[in-house]
Ligand binder design. Sequence first.
Ligand code: SF4
Length: 343
Amino acid sequence: MLYIIKVDPNRENMTVGALNALKKSKIVIGVEKNLVMIEDLIEGKIIHEKTVKDKTYLIELGISLAFNEEVTLIDYEDPETFGLANLFFQNLGKYDKIDFKIYPSTTSINLSATLLGAPLTDFIAIDLGSDLIPLSEIKEKIENSVKANFVVVIYKGEKHFKLIKEILLDLKRGSIWIGVVNNMDYRIAKLTNINSNELNSDTILIVGNKMTYMENNKLITPQPVLIDPYLHPLTKEFYTNFINNESHDGSNKTCGYYPCHAMENQQCDFCYCPFYPCGDGSTGGKWIKNKNVWNCIDCTWIHKKDVVDCLKPKIKEIILDVEDLKTKKEDLLKIRRECIFNS
Ligand code: SF4
């Protein structure tokens, strides 16, 4: 019987299933780094400590021993994604039937995401560790993932960091937030502030999408949330005028509060935000502590020209009555998201 488990980056994240597999096994195969972590758990067992990272060799050794004994093979990567499970199945055809069980692990993706905060919503994971994948394929995968606004998790990005940077800059994502995870250490920075010398062969990069933001040194890609709207009397007055085409187009420099946000060429078409409260910090809003009040002072997004151009015709179509701000909030939030992605 062959069990494939993972111990990295520390035994704290092993599953109970993996622990039981180890207990049952007479033979344990692994690299030194992993065996040291579980020394007390494998005492008295036959240990095959391998220093080479030859995946095929490890698989074949595990299979050959498992015909007669219970064997645990410790994967130094994530078995179920870029690790040994794949290679195991690719080689299985060479052998007679063998009993096996592969235990899912706490993947490097899970662990990195937890350290960084909550950066993953829809995401794509790409492993750049193999020398057998052409650069053209790597480039296409990264480009298309970023264009489709996925969060992109990159394993072993060190070698190709220059290329990653070039692609992101070409796609005008220089200000995108990125989490850099080196084992249990992490740093969050904008692309342009990350240097290749802070990456190593085990580094995981989590490249945020257009909505990813940093707050309290944590990386967050917000999930859509629906918060009951509160319509201030001034909001009602504004949208009554908006529906009747009596509100202001473009910058309203005659307004005593202009510019109410410190920005050039502030557009005042949405003097009152139709999405309030959005509860989504990606455009700069945040909760006021202990007050349960959403504060938009740092959100300049709604006042940018390209954003107004995207929003206005769509909002005109669905807000036909002031009460629609309440009853059509789901549609409004979809429009908001669409225009964040388009802007
Ligand atoms: S102004 Fe910005 S942060 Fe505030 S509700 Fe509107 S979109 Fe959200």
